[in-house]
Each structure stands twice: as C-alpha cells, then as structure tokens.
Ligand binder design. Structure first.
Ligand code: HEC
Ligand code: HEC
Ligand code: HEC
Ligand code: HEC
Length: 451
C-alpha cells in the first residue's frame, strides 16, 4: 500500500467522554476532505442506488435517531457520539455533528461514498469503526485501470474483502469490548461462506438475492464496458426504510421452511407438527445485526374446514441482553451479557415441535409462517414510522381424519385443476357445512408457546 504524507495516522483519535477505552479510531478531519454524493455525478446510477440504501439514511433514520436519543438520555449524553461515529463518519470526524442542521451536505449523508472510497485498511480487532483512512482525495475500489478526469484513482484489494464491511458490521459494547452486540462479520467469518470465498459484496452489492455475478456494465458515464460492476444498493432486510423491493427479495430468499406432520390423523388424537427452518440464503446468522431489536418469528396455525384458526405456537429468534442485576431484556447500554441467543447460523437448521388435537372435522390445514419485522410495533410507533411485517416463507399441509377424507380432497383437487377453482371452493363449503352440522367444538391445543 502506497504511503503518502497525507496518511492520517490513528493518533488524533476523537475523545469519547465517559466511554474511555472504546476502540473507535477515526481521526479528526475537515468536512471538505469529503465530497458530497451529489459531486459524484459521473456515477449517477450508483448515486441513485446508494440514495435508497440504509447507508445513505444511517444518520437520518428515524429508528436510529430514536434509539440514539434514548442512549444519550440514559448516559448523560455521552454515548450518542459512539453511535454517530458508525452511522455518520463525516459528521463526527469534522465535528459538525454538534450542529447537524447547519452542517455541510456530506456530514448529513450518513455512510457516504467518499468515506468508503478513502478507506485503505483496518486495525484489529475488526469492528467499532476500526478502518484506517487516507484522506488524499484518491478514490479506491477494485479496478486497477480506472482513469477519472476529476479525481485520482487507486486499486484497493481491501474493498473486495468482508473485512472492509466488518469494520462497521461488528459492534462491541463501548464499555466492554468482549461483549459483542452485533457480530455479522464474525458470524460470516466462522461460517461456510467465508471458507468458500463468498463475501458480503457478492450478496449485497449484486442485482438479485444470492450471488449474482457477473453483472456487466459501466461504472461511470463514458467509462469502459466492464465484465462485472458492483451496485451501491447494500440491501438487507429493511423493508420499511430502505429499498422495499430489494429488501423483500432478500428476506424471501433467506430461509426455507419444512413441515412434517402425519397426513392422516384420527379424530381426537394428538398430532405432532415438526417445523424445520433452514438459514439457506444468508451469509451470517438469521437474523443478524441489531438482533435485540429485530423480530423474526415462526408462527404455526391449524385451520379447520370452516375457517376456525388456532395458533399452535410461536418462536421468536433473537438475542436478549441482560444487565448486572440479572434483569432481561435490557437496553444495550445497560447490558453486561447476552442472556439468550437462538438465531440460526448460516446453512444450519432449527426444528420446533408443536401439537394439536385433531377435531371432529374431516380436514385441518396446518400452516407454518416465518415473519420478519425490523423492530417491534411499539418501537416503530415511538419513532414515528410505519414498519411493515414481511412474510419470509410459508408452508401449508393438509391433515385428514380418514383415508376417505383424503381421497375426497384429492378428487376435488383434480376437479379443481380441470375446472378452475369453483370445485375446490364448493368442497370447502360442503366440508364446512358438515362440520357445523356436527356441532363440533374444536380443541386445538398449543404446546410450549415460545418454543
Ligand atoms: C459502504 C461503503 C461504500 C459506499 C457508501 C459506497 N461504496 Fe462504492 N464501492 C464500495 C466497495 C466495497 C466497492 C468494491 C466492491 C468489490 O470490489 O468487491 C465499491 C465499488 C465502487 C465503484 C467501482 C465500480 C463498481 O460499481 O463496481 C465505484 C465507481 C463506486 N463504488 C462509486 C461509489 C459512489 C459514487 C458511491 C456513492 C453514491 C459509493 N460508491 C458508495 C463501497 C462503498
Ligand atoms: C462506515 C461504516 C459502514 C461500512 C464500512 C459498511 N456499513 Fe453497512 N451499515 C452501516 C450502518 C451504520 C448501517 C445501518 C444504517 C441504519 O439502518 O440506520 C448499515 C446497514 C447495512 C445493511 C442493512 C440494510 C437493510 O436494508 O437492513 C446492509 C445489508 C449493509 N449495511 C451491508 C454492508 C456491506 C455489504 C458492506 C461492505 C461492502 C457495508 N455494509 C459496509 C455502516 C457501514
Ligand atoms: C450468501 C449471501 C450473503 C452473504 C455472503 C452475506 N449476506 Fe448479509 N444478508 C443476506 C440475506 C439473504 C439477508 C436478508 C435476511 C436477513 O435479514 O438476515 C441479509 C441481511 C443482512 C443485513 C440486514 C440484517 C437485518 O435484519 O437488518 C445486514 C446488515 C447484512 N446482511 C450484512 C452482511 C455483511 C456485513 C456480510 C459480510 C460479512 C454479509 N451480510 C454477507 C445474504 C448474505
Ligand atoms: C461500529 C458501528 C456501529 C455503532 C457504533 C452503532 N451502530 Fe447502529 N447499526 C450499525 C449497523 C451495521 C446496523 C445495521 C445492522 C442491521 O441491519 O441489523 C445498525 C443499525 C442500527 C439501528 C436499526 C436502524 C433501522 O432502521 O432498522 C438502530 C436503531 C441503531 N443501529 C442504533 C444504534 C445506537 C443507538 C448506537 C449507539 C448506542 C449504535 N447504533 C451504534 C452499526 C453501528
């Protein structure tokens, strides 16, 4: 790596009142060391992609502002700057964070083009904004032959690594670096994708979910046609505040659900439903990141022919933080340990068992649905935003009381395929009427609640 006199050493580290020992090593620097994204006009397609991303919104994100203000309230105003350093590098390095309303555009931009493209490496341990920056105006990325009429360019192998992302996507507790609050990078590093050489960029900077390479195109107006260029979309799971289409696509590609239940179940007998969720598409744990806030849950229901639905159970996959007195859940600034973590590692599976009692009905439909929401409804309301729930995956299975009922349903289904949906609807109606006529009271039992 070329070392210029402009090399900014990590000596002028910004002081963190009240959080001594925090390894957040970004140097002080004037805002004019960074261009605003509007100055990246030659890359207008990339600017549009980035503008929709959570990186562009990291400092103005209402969920972020709400939590940062709570953190400040709880710590006499000392913790917020720790948060801002990762959500808005330019504002913190320039000191303009103190008066953001009157700050330069680049300071208000969150995680910006020109911060990322002036990074040269990282310190260890990786995380808590451990990057090293060289603020000489040279833009660094993966091309060794890029020529720009308006700025210097340099090849950076570092931009092609997961460590580049890890410098921000590992968050350790500011008071206790051994408490890993967010560990997306480490989860990836210890998983199968790292071994296969599939990095964050392959899934989050390419057009579709999964690894979609090559993606031919030009990186700049008038630039040469390239075999592969990356997108500055950085899409994850934020359907409410990020690019909804891209986020939904990724959530729907993250997990597979399988349901195992006996097809014939005698009336009144108790039936086991085994539901297996596999993290089939995420390069890290599912969910990852801010997992004491994220909500990903499995809901299993049984619905009788006449439309009565019973929830058999739910399972929320998350981390729960504990404080020094043993209380949980607590906010991250009060946390001393992770009390509970039942998230799903990459390519691994979790199986939950649920139970119900077969009613007097001929048929019950069992449904297993995996949902995702960026945060609880309560937090969204406090932050003044609308956060939707996304269905990541759903599987339904029909359970019959008798062989005859199954055969009848199969006949109805065949008719369905021939004659459209009307036959099917009639069958359901008839089954429903039969069930009501029998005066059935359905007893669907739940086992375990939160498994
Ligand atoms: C979070 C950091 C980050 C941000 C923000 C970011 N980039 Fe990038 N950019 C990268 C990385 C990493 C690569 C290279 C990926 C690789 O090689 O694996 C890259 C590649 C590029 C390239 C090379 C061509 C290509 O598309 O592959 C250009 C040009 C570029 N970025 C411009 C921009 C512009 C303009 C913005 C703002 C509108 C921006 N970047 C925002 C990290 C970032
Ligand atoms: C300088 C710090 C920084 C770097 C470097 C960085 N990120 Fe981020 N990233 C953030 C922050 C902060 C957020 C959260 C913003 C928010 O939601 O308010 C985020 C959010 C995300 C999200 C979530 C978006 C969503 O829809 O939920 C994804 C995906 C992501 N980053 C991918 C990457 C990848 C891939 C890289 C490396 C190429 C990278 N990031 C590099 C700071 C960074
Ligand atoms: C094999 C593809 C793949 C790889 C590799 C991968 N991710 Fe992801 N990532 C996904 C998918 C799919 C999702 C959506 C499901 C989810 O939220 O976990 C996701 C979600 C995310 C989110 C949003 C989490 C949330 O719930 O808000 C972040 C942040 C993120 N990834 C960062 C990274 C970083 C950083 C790396 C590298 C260290 C990385 N990813 C590697 C596929 C991948
Ligand atoms: C070293 C980097 C880093 C630090 C420090 C950091 N964050 Fe983040 N933050 C991230 C990343 C990366 C994400 C995205 C992870 C994900 O999608 O789950 C994120 C996401 C968030 C989100 C979710 C935003 C959304 O729209 O869903 C909130 C809220 C948040 N952070 C609050 C905070 C607060 C409060 C602090 C300080 C106590 C803080 N962060 C400190 C990197 C950081």
């Amino acid at each position: 790596m070329r070392k210029s006199p402009m090399m900014v050493l990590v000596t002028a580290v910004i002081a963190f009142a009240g959080t001594a020992g925090v390894a957040v090593g970004l140097p002080e620097a004037s805002a004019d060391r960074f261009q605003p994204s509007t100055g990246c006009g030659c890359h207008s397609a990339l600017v549009d992609q980035w503008s929709e991303s959570m990186h562009a919104k990291a400092l103005s994100d209402p969920l972020y502002i709400y939590k940062r203000d709570e953190a400040n309230k709880a710590t006499d105003g000392t913790l917020g700057i720790f948060c801002d350093t990762c959500h808005g590098q330019v504002a913190v390095m320039s000191g303009e964070i103190a008066d953001l309303e009157n700050a330069s555009p680049q300071s208000r931009e969150g995680v910006t083009c020109d911060f990322c493209h002036q990074v040269t490496g990282t310190l260890t341990p990786i995380g808590n904004t451990s990057q090293v920056v060289e603020l000489d105006g040279t833009k660094r990325a993966q091309f060794d032959d890029a020529v720009s009429p308006v700025h210097a360019t340099a090849y950076s192998q570092f931009h092609e690594t997961a460590e580049f992302c890890g410098a921000c996507h590992n968050v350790d507790h500011p008071g206790d670096p051994s408490l890993h609050l967010e560990a997306t990078y480490t989860e990836w590093k210890e998983g199968p994708y790292a071994e296969e050489g599939i990095v964050c960029q392959d899934c989050h900077m390419t057009p579709g979910p999964g690894v979609v390479k090559p993606n031919p195109g030009t990186a700049a107006g008038g630039g040469p046609q390239r075999e592969h260029i990356y997108l500055m979309t950085f899409a994850g799971g934020n359907v409410g505040l990020g690019d909804a289409v891209l986020a939904e696509e990724r959530l729907k590609a993250a997990a597979t659900v399988e349901v195992d239940v006996a097809e014939i179940q005698e009336r009144g007998s108790s039936a086991n439903v085994e539901v297996t969720i596999t993290n089939s598409g995420a390069g890290h744990y599912l969910p990852t990141g801010l997992t004491e806030v994220r909500e990903m849950w499995l809901e299993v229901t049984a619905t009788t022919a006449d439309g009565q639905t019973e929830v058999l159970g739910e399972h929320m996959f998350q981390t729960i933080l504990r404080d020094a007195e043993g209380n949980s859940p607590v906010e991250l600034w009060d946390a001393v340990a992770i009390e509970h973590d039942d998230r799903i590692p990459p390519r691994e599976s979790v199986t939950d068992t649920f139970e119900f009692q077969m009613p007097e009905s001929d048929q019950v439909e069992v449904a297993a649905t995996l949902y995702y929401r960026s945060c609880s409804e309560e937090m969204a309301e406090k932050a003044g935003v609308d956060i939707p729930t996304t269905t990541m995956a759903q599987v339904t299975k029909a359970v019959f009381a008798t062989e005859e009922a199954r055969a009848a349903a199969a006949v109805a289904e065949a008719g369905d395929e021939e004659g459209g949906s009307f036959g099917g609807a009639t069958t359901w109606l008839v089954l429903g009427v039969l069930a009501v006529a029998a005066g059935t009271v359905f007893v669907l039992r739940r086992r375990g609640g939160r498994a």
